[in-house]
Design a protein around this ligand. Structure first.
Ligand code: ADP
Length: 176
């Protein structure tokens, strides 16, 4: 039996929860019998496919173009594709929307105070000290999604609740 592919595009600040939610969602989809699930993690893609790119606006845009190219190949061939990239620019997320099969934008939202408190990778402290230029939210812009299919507020909800919201959306819209 073939499965309907889709692209779930997680966007949001560093540390907001994109990767954590994508990993938990992948597990949940597999539990429900979805065989073809692929995650594209921004940090990992930047080590390989996009290792020539930095964080200027042009490089960030190129990063998203490459990710959406891969996401499209996967999703049009029946793969549940989970993309977690900061993807700070609205026009590039719209580019991904136009180019990816069954695109679902998920805004992983978290307030700045909570992110600085979490500081999972120790990057906020360094960015605030001026040691990381072009750091989203501190020294680089993030354009909030205007009409995302889903918003997850990770400061207020548990990981379980965030995953449940996405699963319910997929279920309601006939993807799973
Ligand atoms: P990102 O991929 O957006 O950079 P990560 O997933 O790497 O973010 O880190 C998010 C951090 O926030 C993790 O340490 C995770 O345990 C924590 N966290 C707290 N609440 C939530 C939630 N509701 N959803 C996802 N992550 C959460």
């Amino acid at each position: 039996m073939s499965e309907e592919g889709f692209t779930i595009w997680f966007t949001g600040w560093s540390g907001a929860g994109k990767t954590t939610i994508a990993i938990a969602l992948e597990e949940e989809l597999k539990k429900r019998g979805i065989r073809y699930v692929q995650r594209l993690d921004g940090d990992i893609v930047r080590e390989g496919l996009c290792s020539d790119l930095g964080f200027s606006k042009n490089d960030r845009n190129e990063n998203i173009k490459r990710a959406s190219f891969v996401a499209e190949l996967l999703s049009k061939n029946g793969v549940a594709t989970l993309v977690s990239f900061i993807s700070p620019y609205r026009n590039l997320r719209d580019y991904a929307r136009e180019n990816c099969h069954n695109f679902i934008e998920v805004y992983v939202k978290c307030d700045k105070e909570t992110l600085i408190e979490r500081d999972v990778k120790g990057l906020y402290r360094q960015a605030i000290e001026g040691k990381i230029p072009e750091f989203t939210g501190i020294s680089d812009p993030y354009e909030e999604p205007l009409n995302p299919e889903i918003i997850l507020n990770t400061a207020d909800e548990t990981l379980f609740e965030s995953v449940k919201t996405v699963i319910e959306y997929l279920d309601k819209n006939g993807y799973i």
